[in-house]
Design a protein around this ligand. Structure first.
Ligand SMILES: [Fe+2]
Ligand SMILES: [Fe+2]
Length: 139
């Protein structure tokens, strides 16, 4: 895949993920305020996000990691791949807690918020790197 195409697909995915994260953040806040209905919806949306995020990370592992290796070297590529493994594990962990009806909702919502913040920061950083990588690749 051409670097500009990788960039385009990653940016599109990020845009979709950001929309989902905003929805999940709002549900999580409402659930934290005691809305039982919002908690049920949060579980459904959380599972959905897990599938979308999984596919996004697959795409990045397949195309972005090799591009980063080409433009920024092996270490940077390995670091990105490791971050992706960490994100998968972390979100699986948050979802497991979300499904556990015995857990205090406020605690679950705080963990969800931490994951949302992390993923947003990660996407911002990744986009900066992507611009540099695409520039270097086409130079
Ligand atoms: Fe990523
Ligand atoms: Fe990403």
């Amino acid at each position: 895949m051409h670097p500009s195409e990788i960039q385009e697909r990653v940016l599109l995915d990020h845009e979709n993920l950001r929309t989902r994260l905003a929805m999940i953040e709002s549900l999580s806040q409402r659930a934290g305020d005691g809305e039982v209905y919002a908690l049920d919806q949060l579980r459904d949306r959380g599972d959905e996000l897990c599938r979308k995020l999984g596919r996004h990370l697959d795409l990045e592992d397949l195309h972005l990691v090799p591009l980063i290796q080409e433009t920024r070297g092996r270490e940077a590529a390995q670091q990105l791949a490791a971050e992706h493994r960490e994100q998968r594990l972390l979100f699986d962990f948050v979802l497991d807690r979300l499904r556990d009806a015995k857990r205090p909702t406020r605690l679950i919502c705080r963990e969800m918020q931490a994951f949302i913040d992390l993923l947003r920061d990660d996407m911002d950083l990744e986009e900066e790197e992507l611009v540099l990588a695409a520039e270097n690749a086409s130079a």
